[in-house]
Write a protein that binds this ligand. Structure first.
Ligand SMILES: [Fe+2]
Ligand SMILES: [Fe+2]
Length: 232
């Protein structure tokens, strides 16, 4: 991906949870074990407890004692790492989308680089979601309904969002491939249409998944010992 040459992304429409941590990594999805940049404030990934569900029988956030800074960091570990990966997706998305709304590609990118940026976004999102649904979500789904696969029941909200993202992403990818193969000429208004169909759900998902993994939500479901055993 060409993040090193990307211009500053615009402010996300949906209100990104963080703008830090997006610089300099080479592959956001090759493994969720990659070291995440962690010099971020608690506010960037702290769960808004008012928007999160409390599991049956579990105490609400207001009934729980305040977390010490050390415990907050431990509980917030998964959110921090996830936000690091998601920042790559946000940055790539807004590079492409800003070009569509301004009618101009970034001046430092060739047409091929620009098209490849979009195709890389697709490739990395597919890999990221595949890793999540294969390794990460099944562990979390033991206690958290948002991550349920849907086998034998309704899929969790975050899994449903993956499906919505991929439905829109297919037409976006198909268009960019046809542009790269010179079957059609890239038109930014057409590309914008292909992005608008899944942009809202993508940006909502990138924020909501991080919020769900935030300390104040995770403490409702998991002990610190259990959380440490989740391998990302
Ligand atoms: Fe994710
Ligand atoms: Fe996800």
């Amino acid at each position: 991906m060409s993040h090193a040459t990307s211009p500053e992304p615009a402010q996300p429409k949906q209100g990104s949870t963080s703008s830090a941590g997006a610089q300099g990594a080479s592959s956001p999805t090759s493994s969720l074990d990659a070291e995440a940049g962690s010099e971020k404030s608690h506010e960037s990934t702290e769960c808004d407890s008012a928007t999160q569900k409390t599991p049956p029988g579990a105490p609400t956030a207001s009934e729980l004692p305040p977390l010490t800074p050390r415990d907050f960091r431990a509980y917030n570990r998964l959110a921090e790492k996830m936000d690091y990966f998601h920042n790559h997706f946000r940055q790539s998305w807004f590079l492409l989308y800003n070009a569509c709304t301004s009618g101009r590609r970034p001046s430092n990118m060739s047409l091929k680089q620009f098209i490849d940026e979009g195709l890389s976004l697709v490739q990395y999102l597919e890999a990221h979601h595949s890793i999540e649904e294969t390794y990460f979500f099944p562990l979390l789904a033991r206690k958290m309904p948002e991550f349920r696969s849907g086998a034998g029941g309704r899929a969790g909200e975050l899994v449903l969002q993956h499906r919505q993202i991929h439905a829109g992403m297919e037409a976006f990818e198909d268009y960019l491939r046809r542009c790269r193969n010179r079957e059609t000429e890239l038109e930014l208004p057409v590309l914008k249409e292909k992005m608008d169909s899944w942009g809202d759900v993508l940006l909502r998902h990138l924020d909501q998944e991080v919020l769900t993994l935030g300390a104040e939500n995770m403490r409702k479901y998991w002990t610190l010992q259990e959380l440490r055993s989740i391998p990302i």
